[in-house]
Design a protein. Structure first.
Length: 453
């Protein structure tokens, strides 16, 4: 009942902003600035403890703390990034603690053996950057975070979106070891960062290494802060072993009909209405085509009500799904990604790993890692006709479809999470000034082995 009322209010607010011709996201920015102003004014006077690190060697097992607003059961790109990198760290023998917000039970995937999860505050949805974001709220949040870092010792703390309130920003007041920050987001403007630019720069100066998942994410931050040469680009990855399941098609989609896949939250920037219009055009050529939609969000009802009745029967709404994603990807013939804003899309890489050809927006974040008609098909512009044209060319040109599929798989293999996690670990060792293993140590090991033989 409560969820239904919340959904109706969200839809009403969205429609009201359109009627008044006031930007929905400008309204959101005002409230965000107010909240961040209160938060930063509260913590501004706090003294940051001295940061030190123990002497270690490269390759030595580390005590790692990962801080993120996002983790299961919340689905999304940052959650996947956090989950997969942590899983690889633990497999290599490192000790990992995740500090995140209370958002519910993490479910089967989120419970990694060997991972310690500590939850503080309460995770709430907010509207940010043309999408649905989350923020941790609690009047006692600072006390919980202070107690956590007072009771635990780490070699390195990795904060995801370190300038984002409230948890990632707040923790920096209590950390006593080197800090690594990762930026995931592309944005044109930020009223909050502009308002608190000096304090944001002060926080950035305390971070030892800055990772961006793409040049687009880095450029967005550098509009407001100077990264001072500490930045490095480490993209998102993909679990190729989990997603490469082409033989495991879902029975309800294995009926000979061409399946077009859309996956993403129902946000204005993700272009769901565009893909629906493109699908209507495709239907005029391929009568038995079907659109498969994996997505969710508070604006879902509003978007679904705008679908023309004559094509509704040919659209399969899956809703929110996680464990079945590889099967849905494997069961489709082409994926359409009409987003206008992204950094290093995990959805794109997951499609590559399942060998499903992708028709996508010609945005810089995608062009950074793939080429048109090599690993992907880029549309000419953001019009429904351009997406329909790309989908039709993929579905009717077998040679092009196979070429893109094979090249995309190779790209996915080169970006497996094992490779990405190793690059992040190298960053940890760099900020810890880890020593290389000395030559005499290796000789000593060889000597003892020889004696034992």
């Amino acid at each position: 009942m409560q969820q239904g009322v919340k959904l109706k209010l969200n839809v009403l607010f969205f429609k009201l902003s359109k009627i008044l011709k006031i930007s929905y996201w400008r309204i959101r920015d005002v409230f965000k600035v107010i909240w961040i102003t209160l938060l930063l004014a509260f913590i501004r006077g706090w003294k940051t403890p001295a940061r030190t690190h123990r002497k270690i060697r490269r390759g030595e097992k580390l005590r790692i703390c990962v801080v993120s607003e996002y983790y299961f059961p919340v689905l999304g790109g940052i959650t996947e990034h956090v989950y997969n990198t942590i899983k690889n760290f633990i497999q290599q023998g490192h000790e990992v603690t995740l500090l995140t917000s209370n958002a519910g039970d993490p479910g089967a995937r989120g419970k990694i053996e060997g991972l310690r999860i500590v939850r503080v505050g309460k995770s709430r949805e907010i509207y940010s950057n043309g999408s649905i974001a989350r923020m941790t709220f609690s009047w006692t949040l600072h006390k919980e975070v202070e107690k956590f870092f007072a009771q635990n010792e780490f070699d390195v703390v990795h904060i995801h979106s370190p300038l984002t309130p409230s948890l990632p920003l707040l923790v920096q007041k209590y950390i006593r070891c080197p800090v690594v920050g990762t930026y995931h987001t592309d944005f044109d403007k930020s009223a909050a960062l502009k308002f608190w630019q000096k304090l944001a720069q002060h926080q950035i100066d305390k971070i030892d290494a800055i990772i961006a998942v793409s040049p687009v994410a880095l450029k967005a931050m550098q509009r407001y802060v100077n990264t001072d040469g500490k930045e490095r680009i480490i993209p998102n990855g993909v679990d190729t072993k989990w997603f490469y399941k082409r033989s495991q098609k879902l029975p309800q989609l294995d009926d000979g009909r061409p399946n077009i896949l859309y996956t993403g939250r129902f946000d204005p920037r993700n272009g769901f209405t565009t893909v629906v219009k493109a699908f209507a055009i495709v239907k005029n050529v391929i009568k038995n085509a079907r659109l498969v939609v994996i997505g969710y969000g508070p604006l879902q009802k509003s978007y679904m009500s705008s679908i023309p009745p004559d094509i509704q029967k040919d659209i399969l709404f899956v809703g929110k799904t996680d464990l079945e994603r590889p099967q849905y990807l494997s069961s489709c013939d082409v994926m359409c990604i009409p987003t206008k804003k992204a950094t290093c899309s995990l959805i794109l890489l997951e499609a590559f790993a399942t060998k499903i050809p992708v028709v996508a927006s010609p945005i810089p974040a995608f062009k950074h890692i793939v080429k048109h008609k090599e690993e992907i098909y880029f549309t000419k512009d953001f019009s429904p006709f351009s997406y329909a044209e790309g989908i039709l060319e993929i579905l009717t040109n077998k040679d092009l479809r196979e070429k893109i599929s094979e090249s995309a798989l190779q790209k996915a293999l080169s970006m497996d999470w094992k490779i990405i996690a190793e690059k992040i670990l190298e960053t940890y060792y760099d900020v810890l000034h880890a020593e290389e293993e000395k030559e005499f140590d290796r000789k000593e090991v060889t000597f003892y082995r020889h004696v034992q033989l």
